[in-house]
Design a protein around this ligand. Structure first.
Ligand code: GRF
Length: 211
């Protein structure tokens, strides 16, 4: 009986629509790290604007000065930070990232096409708080050109995975996955486009799960 009593109190707090103290104090800040076009970042931004995702993008960081995602974030008035990576050793670079992120205190760091492997130093700085999205059903086809790898192998089902990042390449506990059928005649482009559509719908849901 006592147990059920506790459950109902917790649920009341959880669903009080942000009216109780615990809910209001919850950290909903997310940081986005990207290197390219930023379509996943855009999908996350739109989910927040629609009211589907209760989160706040506290900054968008890129190692590429003219990454389309970084420029778009700037246009939208978000805080953007460019940290050049050329010639900087991996751990030294990650320390710069940590230095930029720490004062912002993000609840989650979301990798969205960030073309760098993070060092153990970075992962340790944000334990169980770094999310990544990958265009395959992990653990199949980690690394670059996952869609090409899937086609070359001849799988009939591929998809995308949101997972907590660890020190490995596209490894770490899986949060959500979406399956996408590989069709006869698919090219890398056509398969990538259908997978990307699913990425855009699954990433914000996985973020919501973890916030
Ligand atoms: C996506 O396919 C994502 O799965 C992978 O990198 C790509 C980034 O695309 N990690 P975008 O920059 O979000 O459009």
């Amino acid at each position: 009986m006592v147990f059920f009593h506790f459950v109902s109190i917790n649920n009341a707090e959880k669903y009080a629509g942000g009216q109780n103290k615990g809910e209001m104090l919850k950290n909903k800040k997310i940081a986005i790290l990207l290197s390219g076009r930023g379509s996943n970042f855009t999908a996350i931004y739109e989910a927040i604007r629609r009211g589907d995702l209760d989160a706040e993008i506290c900054c968008v960081i890129s190692n590429v000065a003219d990454a389309a995602g970084l420029l778009r974030a700037r246009e939208w008035g978000l805080q953007t930070i460019y940290i050049p990576s050329r010639g900087v050793e991996r751990t030294a670079y990650d320390r710069l990232l940590i230095e930029a992120l720490r004062p912002l205190d993000p609840a989650l760091v979301c990798l969205a096409g960030f073309m760098r492997i993070l060092s153990p130093v970075f992962i340790a700085a944000f334990p169980s708080r770094v999310l990544n999205i990958h265009p395959s059903l992990l653990p199949a086809f980690p690394g670059l050109h996952a869609q090409r790898q899937a086609l070359q192998y001849g799988v009939k089902i591929s998809g995308c995975t949101v997972h907590l990042a660890d020190e490995g390449m596209d490894t770490g506990p899986i949060v959500m996955q979406r399956a996408v059928e590989v069709l006869d005649g698919d090219t890398e482009e056509s398969l990538s486009a259908r997978i990307l559509e699913q990425e855009h719908d699954v990433y914000w849901r996985a973020i919501a799960c973890k916030l």
